[in-house]
Design a protein around this ligand. Structure first.
Ligand code: AMP
Ligand code: MG
Length: 323
């Protein structure tokens, strides 16, 4: 298969998978087959690579991504497993089950991949190409479905190319995906809860647990409480959006050339680059939040390209809520 310059397509074999691991290490975007659908892979630890991934997908919002690893040992390096999580991993990995778990502080997954949350979604895919790639790469790889936002998930290399030709570095063609739907997502942050039905049946999970899965109670409007599932990053400080100039006592989240200011300042991208800004968004918000300021003044970010997703997350972080 021949793609336009910019996107290479290679049949899945030892050499091409090794080349894919190198591309990931260099911050590249690589589509590869899993048993569910084709994933668009990026180094989970590389914020700018992840920003480019969101840009390639054209996602209007930063949803947290699933970290793919080669085995449960690698999963335990990034997430904290309780007894239920251990049992589910033992029963169903590799396979179409994603577990949402507390992240380890040193998990090495970029804040942007987690959308700023303290939890991480992790999975071991059941596909020889995906597993070989993950082993060759040697770290977690985020891999949302390899399609433009709003399009259906791809189950062949041709589907991937139809959507992402010219936008990504490499497609590893490993034939058709068997399952064809996304993974089932279960959170183990307390009672195991079904967050998304998918390729593994609920009944199979409940048989292993010995009891029914809980239903999702945390909606977008639900107040956040410790241990509850936060659907998006929410700082303690108030955010004042589209601020021209910071006021006394505020902290400043700048974008582009920043005004003179004595208070705590973090700049998303002094040169006004939206990829860089996306990569810095959650870590800068966290740093400003821990500075103790009650209000964070946020300079306006252009509403184009990744700016749409950045503004979406800023608006959610600014929304009033109960504590
Ligand atoms: P996909 O596009 O198939 O990679 O889907 C990723 C899904 O995982 C999305 O529905 C996310 O909302 C969900 N997800 C990832 N991380 C988390 C998390 N930490 N907490 C809750 N849901 C998550
Ligand atoms: Mg999808």
């Amino acid at each position: 298969m021949n793609a336009e310059p910019g996107t290479r397509v290679q049949r899945a074999e030892k050499q091409s998978i090794e080349a894919a691991a190198v591309a990931l290490r260099q911050g590249g975007l690589v589509a590869f087959p899993t048993e569910t659908v084709y994933g668009l892979g990026a180094d989970a630890g590389n914020g700018e690579a992840i920003a480019r991934l969101y840009a390639a997908k054209g996602r209007p919002a930063f949803n947290p991504l699933i970290a793919h690893v080669s085995d449960v040992v690698a999963a335990r390096r990034i997430a904290i497993f309780d007894h239920d999580a251990e049992r589910l991993a033992a029963a169903f990995w590799p396979g179409p089950l994603t577990l949402v778990l507390p992240k380890r502080p040193d998990c090495g997954v970029a804040d942007l991949a987690l959308a700023g949350l303290d939890t991480v979604a992790v999975r071991v895919p059941d596909h020889p190409v995906a597993l070989t790639l993950l082993k060759a790469f040697g770290g977690p790889v985020v891999a949302p479905s390899a399609n433009r936002s709003g399009h259906v998930s791809p189950t062949s290399a041709a589907h991937v190319l139809a959507d992402l030709r010219g936008l990504i570095d490499l497609v590893i063609d490993g034939g058709l995906c068997e399952v064809g739907v996304e993974s089932t997502i279960v959170s183990c942050l307390g009672e195991p809860t079904l967050l998304r039905p998918g390729g593994l049946a609920r009944e199979a999970i409940e048989r292993v647990l010995g009891h029914p899965l809980a239903a999702v109670v945390a909606a977008e409007e639900t107040p956040l409480a410790p241990g509850m599932l936060a659907s998006h990053y929410a700082p303690k400080a108030q955010l004042r959006l589209d601020a021209d100039a910071p006021r006394d006592g505020e902290a400043l989240l700048a974008f582009g050339p920043a005004p003179e200011f004595a208070g705590t300042t973090f700049n998303l991208s002094p040169r006004g680059d939206l990829i860089e800004a996306a990569a810095n968004l959650f870590s800068h918000l966290r740093a400003l939040d821990t500075s103790g300021a009650k209000t964070i003044a946020v300079m306006s970010v252009p509403h184009e390209g990744l700016g749409e997703a950045i503004n979406d997350r800023l608006a959610r972080a600014a929304a009033p809520r109960q504590r």
